[in-house]
Design a protein around this ligand. Structure first.
Ligand code: AMP
Ligand code: GLY
Length: 423
């Protein structure tokens, strides 16, 4: 079959890696892709939001399956456009992708169906939000309703900070229309765990757990980023936590979406916080996590295409989803200055080393070709993933492999997976 992957980051490289392994796939395209994906797929210079061009391309090349990896096109309705044109596509339709696209929607859904999450209020008026904050308990969390590259969440320690936050989100529109509505949420503490799952509208099968590191600097300091590294599985995701979430979170979410007439087919990513009062949902995403995919997918035993087709066909109940018993760690190599300002176009060397070692992967996030030379082309440049029999071994392997790659202004966190030592 001919497959088109939409996206061009590390997550899409990890997806492409799995798709390339499938015996069913004869040809793979990626729009727009990157220099790493180009080794596996034919990259076409069409942006993920250029829906008309993507549909025309898919029809022209007689694509049998389109896989959409990114949040923006999913929330914007790319799956619906593919389907209208008769192209089989993997991901939630627009009416279901709202699970990620609107935090106010997802909070209301959780409240209505009694799915554990932080207490909250939604506001579409800045004065009302300010009045509410006058009597609120601090710290408190402000969230722009819509997509904001993972940056629309502000944790405010004082009323003054919260007032400035309301101004930023709702009045100055720092996150654009995403800030027309704002969620004000109770601050929770605890460990965070990401659980990704395949969903076919009625059945849900969860993948192995993972944990991200969202802040730019060691010790969880600095600004929030798209994610600076991950490990999988999470030792904090115990059997008890899993049982609780199976009972109160996973299937309930899928059933709630179906009951709302928003049948969800695709990936649901549960961002969980393990609080003293039990696990609570921090957020939903409607796609693989980035860089969670880079530690979860290399450990998956199934043929990804089989699982995706089962999701589309509604036969996921017949799939025995399996993961390896080992562990994986991904360290993101960024360009110094990310997530604010950074240079692009810096030559990268040492990438061939990964071909010589089994269990090591270099997923490209922001790279491109400059002639024959691969150069940096984004803030997050590469995701270096390594497996190991244990998390500690995987971490040591991943950090060893980060030494193989060189480019100017290379920056990484040095404490990815440090929490493992406390487990
Ligand atoms: P979100 O995009 O909703 O996952 O939020 C981004 C990050 O902000 C999360 O990964 C948490 O670290 C933090 N966060 C979000 N909501 C809360 C909350 N209610 N309490 C504490 N931290 C939060
Ligand atoms: N790594 C977090 C995300 O993909 O949203």
């Amino acid at each position: 079959m001919k497959v088109l992957i939409v996206g061009g980051g590390g997550r899409e490289h990890a997806i492409a890696y799995c798709v390339a392994k499938s015996s069913k796939v004869e040809k793979m395209y990626c729009a727009p892709g990157n220099a790493g994906i180009a080794e596996l797929a034919e990259c076409v210079p069409i942006g993920a939001m250029e829906f008309d061009k993507l549909v025309t391309f898919a029809k022209e090349k007689e694509i049998d399956l389109a896989i959409v990896g990114m949040d923006d096109p999913l929330v914007g309705g790319l799956i619906d456009e593919f389907e209208k044109a008769g192209i089989r596509a993997f991901g939630p339709r627009k009416n279901a992708a709202i699970l990620e696209g609107s935090k106010a929607f997802s909070k209301d859904l959780m409240k209505k169906y009694d799915i554990p999450t932080a207490a909250y209020e939604n506001f579409d008026n800045a004065d009302e939000a300010l009045a509410y904050l006058e009597t609120a308990k601090f710290p408190i969390v402000l969230k722009a309703d819509g997509l904001a590259l993972g940056k629309g969440v502000l944790i405010c320690n004082t009323l003054e900070e919260a007032k400035a936050g309301v101004k930023e989100i709702m009045l100055d529109k720092k996150f654009g229309a995403s800030g027309n509505t704002m969620v004000v949420e109770e601050f929770m503490t605890g460990r965070e765990v990401s659980v990704l799952s395949f969903v076919d509208g009625k059945t849900i099968k969860t993948m192995t757990s993972a944990q991200d590191h969202k802040r730019a600097k060691d010790g969880d300091q600095g600004l929030n980023t798209g994610g600076m590294g991950t490990f999988s599985p999470s030792p904090f995701y115990t059997k008890e936590v899993d049982e609780f979430c199976r009972k109160y979170v996973y299937q309930k979410t899928v059933d709630a979406m179906a009951a709302e007439g928003r049948e969800f087919k695709g990936i649901i990513f549960f961002g969980l916080m393990l609080t003293e009062d039990g696990p609570k949902v921090l957020e939903y995403n409607a796609r693989f996590g980035d860089p969670e995919a880079q530690v979860v997918l290399p450990r998956m035993k199934n043929d990804l295409i089989d699982v995706i087709e089962a999701c589309i066909d509604g036969t996921l109940d017949q799939v025995d989803l399996q993961f390896e018993d080992d562990a994986a760690v991904c360290v993101v190599l960024a360009s110094d200055g990310y997530p604010v300002a950074y240079e692009k176009g810096l030559p990268i060397t040492g990438l061939d080393e990964f071909k010589k070692h089994e269990g090591y992967y270099c997923f490209h996030a922001g790279t491109k070709f400059d002639g024959d030379q691969i150069v940096t082309n984004g803030g997050r440049v590469l995701g270096v993933t390594a497996k190991g029999a244990t998390l500690k071994e995987a971490r040591a392997n991943a950090y060893k492999a980060t030494e193989w790659v060189k480019f100017d202004n290379k920056y990484m966190r040095h404490d990815i997976g440090k929490a493992i030592d406390e487990a």
